[in-house]
Ligand binder design. Structure first.
Ligand SMILES: Nc1nc2c(ncn2[C@@H]2O[C@H](COP(=O)(O)OP(=O)(O)OP(=O)(O)O)[C@@H](O)[C@H]2O)c(=O)[nH]1
Ligand SMILES: [Mg+2]
Length: 542
């Protein structure tokens, strides 16, 4: 057919010749070489050109590589040549991407059938020539890689070894992750010091070390971190709630999870003077020694034993709210630190065994007063607020109308703790020296006690805590204790003692399972050292 057309091309109408070209039976080049007159060649080209647009529209609509290739064959210099080439290149890339997803003899042969001159044709042919390697890579198992190396030595040995190492690396990493222990990650790093997951393994080792240290600290001391700190540590993936559960058990973990900072207790201005006809009970102690907790728990216990009657006073609201914190059932959330300007007057009646009432005024003082007294004693700067609070406290103490009881609240184990570069014992020494020099202890002082708080930290049985508390005070803070004894002796204060105290089972610093057993001994002292209403003294006064 082709031969006939070329032979007779001079006598065939140009429209017919154009049709033969379109059908890809002959090309323009062949017609020209067969002796077709250049003007007639141009006429054939014009016939083809007039059809160029409609041919392109059809090819573009079909969009297949075959359709694009046909258009380019028909119109090698066509009006849409560039568009066709770009579309064909894109189709080539897409097809190759699919081949790479499923590398194998079938996919490569299919590719070459369409893109025999495609951008990846050479690569496809090379891969086809290397099918066993391709199959080994495709299976991706160590066994198939090793088999390949045995059967085809020296071709892809290095590559095969790299693949095997990578597979071993991944396998060991998956195992380490499954075990998820510091040991497992360490073992992985030993096996694969430059492995793909070495840096992640190191990070996990460090995180695990941080977690172990955190868990150890909490296991040794349930108050090593506050509830807020534990919540943050879980949020930051330092530890998990499972770790917390393992240390604290269900109910406490729930309490830590649901912990929210308590709202502040109300702090009003202190009264000018305390109300008369009541025994004043002062709670002295450095910050965070446990004064407010001790007071709250004492009032709460008195309340639940039915021997408490609140009296109108400036700190009435404070007293009620504080006692509500300590409940017999469930966990309680500790109050926040007492403000330096705060002196709370809490007036109440305690009923004794005979039903007689004893009026007492409990006075909650801020630990900050210790710094104020230290600064005052040593000529250091004292801010106005602290000066005013100290002056108010001193005016109460020098007012002789009421009897007085003093509790020095010292936190078990905290004597060496530093506050502003000084140890707690320094502040205690300084305070007791100050009170001595101001002649605060007089005959109206009916009792002075050192209340050693947080005794739940003692590593001794409950019944040995009082003895342990006494040893703690006399051995760890001898100058404070000696000065206190000396001052009491000189001032005629006959009742000086050390009491052990704990509000219960405290955990995560801010939470506690309240236990009122230590409150009773304080309440007994208060009843013993205060006068019952209706005594002959009252009768005389009236
Ligand atoms: N382990 C233990 N911790 C306690 C006990 N009582 C109090 N705490 C802890 O001590 C913290 C401070 O207690 P507070 O009663 O507020 O201390 P404070 O002496 O009134 O302190 P300031 O008001 O700052 O002077 C509490 O938040 C608890 O974390 C206790 O009996 N045992
Ligand atoms: Mg307080």
């Amino acid at each position: 057919m082709k031969e006939k057309i070329l032979k007779a091309c001079r006598s065939i109408p140009t429209a017919n010749l154009a049709n033969y070209v379109k059908k890809q039976i002959v090309t323009l080049q062949e017609l020209s070489s067969a002796g077709l007159d250049p003007t007639r060649v141009e006429e054939v080209r014009n016939h083809l050109r007039s059809d160029d647009h409609s041919q392109w529209d059809t090819a573009a609509q079909i969009g297949s590589a075959k359709a694009l290739q046909t258009y380019l064959f028909l119109y090698p210099d066509g009006l849409h040549r560039d568009e066709a080439l770009a579309a064909l290149a894109a189709a080539d890339e897409q097809e190759w991407n699919e081949v790479e997803q499923d590398l194998g003899a079938a996919s490569l042969e299919n590719y070459l059938a369409v893109f025999s001159n495609g951008a990846h044709a050479d690569e496809a042919r090379e891969l086809l020539a290397d099918l066993p390697w391709l199959e080994a890579k495709r299976s991706g198992t160590i066994r198939d890689m090793e088999t390949y190396m045995q059967e085809h030595p020296g071709i892809h040995d290095d590559e095969a070894r790299n693949v095997i190492n990578g597979l071993l690396d991944d396998h060991d990493w998956v195992n380490a992750c499954r075990m998820s222990s510091t040991e497992a990650y360490r073992h992985y790093v030993e096996q694969h010091p430059d492995g793909r997951h070495a840096s992640e393994a190191q990070e996990r080792i460090q995180a695990a070390a941080g977690r172990d240290a955190y868990v150890d600290a909490l296991s040794m001391d349930p108050n090593a971190y506050s509830a807020t700190q534990i919540q943050t540590a879980v949020d930051n993936n330092v530890i998990t709630w499972d770790n917390v559960l393992g240390i604290f058990g269900d109910r406490r973990t729930e309490a830590i999870q649901s912990f929210r900072a308590p709202s502040e207790l109300p702090y009003g201005n202190p009264p000018q003077m305390l109300q008369p006809n009541s025994t004043e009970v002062y709670f002295w102690g450095t910050p965070s020694s446990g004064k407010t907790c001790a007071l709250g728990s004492i009032i709460s216990s008195a309340q639940s034993s039915g021997i408490f009657e609140p009296l109108p006073c400036r700190g009435y609201d404070y007293m009620i709210r504080l006692s509500n914190i300590f409940r017999a059932n469930g966990f309680c959330v500790f109050p926040t630190s007492t403000d330096v300007s705060s002196i709370q007057e809490m007036m109440l009646c305690l009923s004794d065994a005979k039903g007689k009432k004893h009026r007492v005024t409990l006075v909650d003082l801020a630990g900050e007063l210790f710094r104020a007294v230290y600064n005052k004693q040593n000529g250091l700067f004292l801010d106005e607020e602290s000066e005013r609070t100290l002056a108010t406290a001193m005016s109460y103490l020098k007012d002789r109308r009421n009897n007085k009881i003093h509790f020095f609240v010292v936190e078990y184990g905290a004597h060496e703790r530093e506050w502003d570069g000084l140890r707690m014992v320094n502040y205690l020494d300084n305070m007791v020296g100050y009170l001595k020099s101001e002649r605060i202890f007089r005959s109206s002082t009916v009792g002075v006690y050192v209340l050693v708080t947080k005794c739940d930290r003692m590593n001794v049985p409950f019944e040995s805590r009082p003895e342990c508390a006494f040893r703690y005070v006399s051995e760890e803070m001898p100058s404070f204790w000696n000065t206190l004894q000396d001052t009491c002796n000189r001032s005629g204060v006959r009742d000086l003692g050390v009491l052990s105290y704990s509000v219960g089972d405290v955990f995560a610093q801010q939470l506690c399972h309240f236990n009122g057993s230590d409150t009773e001994k304080v309440i007994r002292r208060l009843l013993a050292k205060t006068k019952a209403e209706g005594s002959w003294l009252d009768w005389l006064r009236a």
